[in-house]
Design a protein around this ligand. Structure first.
Ligand code: GDP
Length: 348
């Protein structure tokens, strides 16, 4: 595929989306500079698993997004034609423990990078990883680009500040800047702090006899779980366009955490039987009668949208976005990757 850009900057290259995107762009012959926090370790298991850690087209640098001169230095130095801003504090649950840290990292960090682009690479296309959390607990479903933004969690607020900043810089300075309003997108490279990976890792370990059961919080939350590589492909396509725009990226199908867990256990041949309500809900293995899931009330959040499900008609029309991986397949792939890691004694 011929892109308009041959040099790309990816902030947060060591994260799930950064790693997948770097792999895709490198496979297309694009030069990638990826940044990571000064505090993160030099090696990165995701880049290793994707086999790109030592790729000749990939340069890694540290960048503190809270440091405006450092942002300018990196942007001026790399002279990117596409900037993918994926770095930040990505965990909603953590944002209740450190709300200002989240706003600082995601909101102010984005402003610093936008300003660096305005001054030092104004012709680049900026793509922001925004989030469905900017909709808070929306009354209407599905949500699209016109859904009112009323963030509730501090994480949602931090992403809303980033999203609004990008809109402001686009309107005020004519920058090509796009916001990808990402609904939950999962993969083999998901961090274990997220519920899908927490489940698939536990399923792998339980099926190997290394663990007995799994504790979860809110099972009723319904999310639009997509497959991350399909989403980063849309980010790459956004940067190919002349002008920036907002795009919802979502499958359009919602599933509860309970349904995801059921699918993940099913992929290793364990059928769950659910019983009880609220904090007393449990899931038993129908074959052995042993408990596999219980509720830990400390995992509930102060606010948690009951249903986030997106309408990505605009991205489908403009970008050809067409997510295909469905829930069972997603769970199966993630469990398979975790089984493989456990067999090799690797963590991820
Ligand atoms: P998020 O949607 O970006 O916050 O992604 P998460 O994977 O962290 O959470 C998705 C949903 O799973 C939320 O509604 C959580 O409340 C719910 N959930 C239930 N149990 C857990 C758990 O043990 N860990 C996490 N991270 N989320 C959980």
């Amino acid at each position: 595929m011929n892109r308009r850009y041959t040099r790309a900057l990816i902030t947060g290259v060591g994260g799930q989306d950064g790693a997948w995107l770097a792999a895709q762009l490198l496979s297309e012959g694009i030069q990638v500079t990826g940044t990571h926090r000064p505090s993160s370790p030099a090696g990165n298991w995701r880049l290793d698993e994707l086999g790109i850690a030592a790729h000749a087209g990939l340069k890694l640098r540290t960048l503190d997004l809270g440091d405006p001169p450092a942002c300018r230095l990196v942007v001026a130095d790399v002279a990117p034609q596409a900037i993918f801003h994926l770095a930040g504090q990505s965990r909603v649950a953590d944002s209740f423990r450190d709300p200002l840290g989240s706003v600082q990292a995601n909101g102010v960090g984005t402003l610093n990078l936008l300003e660096a682009m305005r001054r030092d690479a104004p012709d680049a296309h900026f793509v922001l990883a925004s989030s469905a959390e900017i909709f808070g607990s929306p009354e209407k479903a599905p949500q699209d680009e016109n859904t009112p933004t009323v963030a509730t969690s501090p994480y949602g607020l931090s992403k809303l500040l980033a999203h609004a900043s990008m809109n402001s810089w686009r309107a005020s300075f004519g920058l090509a800047a796009s916001s990808a309003i990402l609904f939950n997108h999962e993969s083999e490279l998901r961090d274990v702090a997220f519920v899908t990976r927490k489940i698939t890792r536990a399923v792998a370990r339980i099926s190997m006899g290394l663990e007995q059961e799994l504790s979860l919080g809110n099972l009723d939350a319904r999310r639009d779980f997509g497959y991350a590589p399909e989403y980063v492909a849309a980010l790459a396509d956004m940067a190919d366009r002349d002008t920036g725009a907002d795009y919802v990226l979502a499958t359009g199908h919602a599933a509860s955490v309970r349904e995801f867990a059921t699918a993940a256990f099913a992929s290793v041949g364990i059928t769950l039987e659910w019983s009880g309500v609220g904090e007393d809900e449990i899931a038993l293995d129908t074959l052995t009668g042993k408990r596999k899931i219980r509720i830990d009330s400390s995992l509930f959040r102060p606010v948690d949208a009951p249903l986030l499900v997106g309408d990505s008609a605009k991205a489908r029309t403009h970008l050809g976005f067409n997510p295909r991986v469905e829930l069972e397949e997603l769970a199966r792939r993630m469990v398979e990757a975790d089984l493989e890691r456990e067999r090799r004694g690797k963590t991820g």
